[in-house]
Write a protein that binds this ligand. Structure first.
Ligand SMILES: NC(=O)c1ccc[n+]([C@@H]2O[C@H](COP(=O)([O-])OP(=O)(O)OC[C@H]3O[C@@H](n4cnc5c(N)ncnc54)[C@H](OP(=O)(O)O)[C@@H]3O)[C@@H](O)[C@H]2O)c1
Length: 279
């Protein structure tokens, strides 16, 4: 019987807590990654978007799929669609991890993936999380250790979301049919600026963290000096435009609607991850 859930990106920031949350709900899970390792009670399976020969084994015995693109995907549509089409043709429900705000732009590749799912005839759920709080202890960890966050966000505010909240939402919409056909804009409980985030981190981590707004060119230089390829550095600079425009400030109640509890605040995120900023 096909009643397993395939989690793509299972070893990543969102995928790993999603696997745990599904296992905690008693679901049978196949954790997909390129090396196919098993963990946290999930079966491991090798999967690579760039190797269509891995799709069949990954989808065997599966009736629901969590689809997440790796960070740094330069062509999301070309990367994801062949796999999504395969999953849909086998009748699977697809839960797609999209990006906050893309519904405003039909030319956005994430929106085009969403549109394909909406027209697929299969059950689907679209999750659109805002900026992750967790970027602070992953992408910006080294800079924060040196006391500085330098991004082209101006004084824009974002309702940063803790990936634990995305994972709990993902697990609930995968485990139940109650949310099928819905698109959910996921945020934390408050919108804060990078200046305010730096003040919280200073207090929680016990050393000064300053926010320095930079322009796109300076940001691209900073990233390239850290070894980020130029095209990806340019892409990363563009995604701060919506922040400067004030388009990431919105706060929704979707996490509470779907999980029955409020999302974690930025302060709680920082307190719970204080040890991850060290070392
Ligand atoms: N950061 C944010 O603020 C933010 C906000 C909204 C949306 N998003 C979206 O969130 C996604 C990133 O999520 P994340 O932070 O959890 O990612 P992540 O930590 O970078 O994890 C990426 C996952 O993808 C897997 N992977 C890498 N290359 C692959 C390939 N060729 N084929 C199959 N799997 C591959 C990795 O597994 P292995 O390496 O083990 O194979 C890993 O499990 C992106 O789509 C991004 O647009 C991010």
């Amino acid at each position: 019987m096909s009643d397993k859930i395939l989690v793509i990106g299972a070893t990543g920031n969102v995928g790993r807590p999603t696997v745990r949350a599904l296992r905690a709900r008693g679901q049978r899970v196949k954790a997909a990654s390129r090396d196919g390792r098993a963990f946290d009670g999930a079966e491991g399976v090798s999967f690579d978007y760039n190797s269509p020969t891995t799709f069949g084994t990954a989808l065997e015995g599966v009736n629901r799929v969590f689809v997440l693109l790796p960070a740094g995907s330069v062509d999301p549509l070309a990367t994801a669609m062949p796999f999504i089409e395969d999953a849909v043709s086998r009748g699977a429900k697809v839960v797609f991890h999209s990006v906050f705000g893309v519904e405003a732009d039909n030319t956005n590749p994430y929106r085009q993936i969403e549109t394909a799912l909406e027209g697929s005839g299969n059950p689907f759920v679209i999750l659109r999380p805002n900026w992750f709080a967790d970027n602070f202890h992953t992408s910006w960890k080294d800079a924060i250790k040196q006391g500085q966050i330098a991004v082209p966000a101006g004084d824009g505010k974002s309702s940063f979301i803790d990936v634990r909240d995305i994972a709990d939402v993902a697990a609930n919409v995968l485990a139940s049919a109650a949310f099928d056909g819905q698109s959910c804009n996921l945020t934390g409980p408050e919108a804060i600026s990078y200046d305010e985030a730096a003040a919280v981190l200073s207090e929680v981590l016990g050393h000064a963290v300053r926010y320095t707004p930079v322009d796109d060119a300076a940001f691209i230089d900073l990233l390239m000096n850290e070894g980020v390829p130029e095209d990806y550095a340019e892409f990363l600079a563009t995604i701060y435009y919506p922040v400067r425009q004030g388009w990431t400030w919105m706060v929704t109640s979707e996490v509470e609607r779907i999980t029955g509890r409020p999302p974690h605040s930025f302060r709680t995120y920082a307190l719970d991850h204080a040890a991850d900023f060290v070392g």
